[in-house]
Design a protein around this ligand. Structure first.
Ligand code: SAM
Length: 216
């Protein structure tokens, strides 16, 4: 997940914990158990970090936020260390180890949040909390961009090949086939504008929402 803003602000020295205590599964180091159980092969094992290396993605996200400051948030130190090695020393990026379900960040701090292929990894409770936190930390008028899997159209060959693979490897991902990400966002006055786009025959979705002035 990455969050960007235009002005440098001194982060509060001691930001309190999220709005509710963590009652769900994390280990002693704060690592979600869904990552340890289902994604050790993708994110936690050092060989996986090398295998899934994607420098172009880092460049794309940085370029898309050119001139802004970017905070990149991940709950796994190994992922942040890997990114740190790839960044130029003067990159206007802060790497913050945080849990997306309880961001230690004041309300309305950011102009924009990008949630990139995170939601499909999370069980529904964590997913909803992540979206609530993203809404909280983006200022009214700011933008929330979510990119993730979706259900391919009936004619898409991957619809039939991909389903058993996802079911085996990424057990929560199929939730995003059943329910639109846009439907998970709070509406009323919390969202001012929302645009959904679908790519590659529905395989991927992008939701761009403008934060309204209402409470989440
Ligand atoms: C699709 S990967 C992105 C991997 C890599 N950062 C990249 O962009 O190539 C999703 C990332 O979400 C992180 N993640 C999963 N649950 C999280 C949580 N609750 N809070 C913060 N990060 C989380 C994982 O550690 C993983 O690095």
């Amino acid at each position: 997940m990455s969050l960007s803003y235009e002005k440098v602000e001194q982060a509060a020295a001691s930001v309190g914990p999220g709005p509710a205590p963590v009652l769900y599964l994390r280990d002693g180091a704060g690592v979600p158990c869904y990552l340890k159980t289902h994604y050790w092969w993708a994110y936690i094992h050092p060989r996986a970090v090398r295998l899934f290396e994607r420098q172009w993605l880092t460049n794309l996200i940085l370029w898309g936020n050119y001139g802004r400051l970017v905070d990149v948030i991940d709950v796994l130190p190994i992922q942040l260390d890997n990114l740190r090695r790839k960044l130029p020393p003067d990159a206007p990026v802060r790497l913050l180890r945080m849990d997306s379900t309880r961001l230690a960040v004041p309300d309305a701090r950011y102009d924009r949040a990008l949630v990139f292929f995170l939601l499909h990894e999370q069980p529904s409770y964590d997913r909803e909390r992540t979206l609530g936190e993203v809404m909280r930390v983006v200022r009214p008028g700011g933008t929330i961009v979510i990119v993730d899997y979706a259900r391919p159209r009936w004619w898409h060959p991957l619809r039939y090949l991909w389903r058993p693979l996802l079911a085996a490897l990424e057990p929560f991902a199929l939730d995003l086939w059943r329910r639109d990400v846009a439907d998970l966002l709070p509406r009323a006055r919390a969202i001012r504008h929302l645009r959904k786009q679908s790519y590659f025959g529905g395989l991927y979705q992008k939701v761009v929402a403008t934060r309204g002035s209402g409470a989440v």
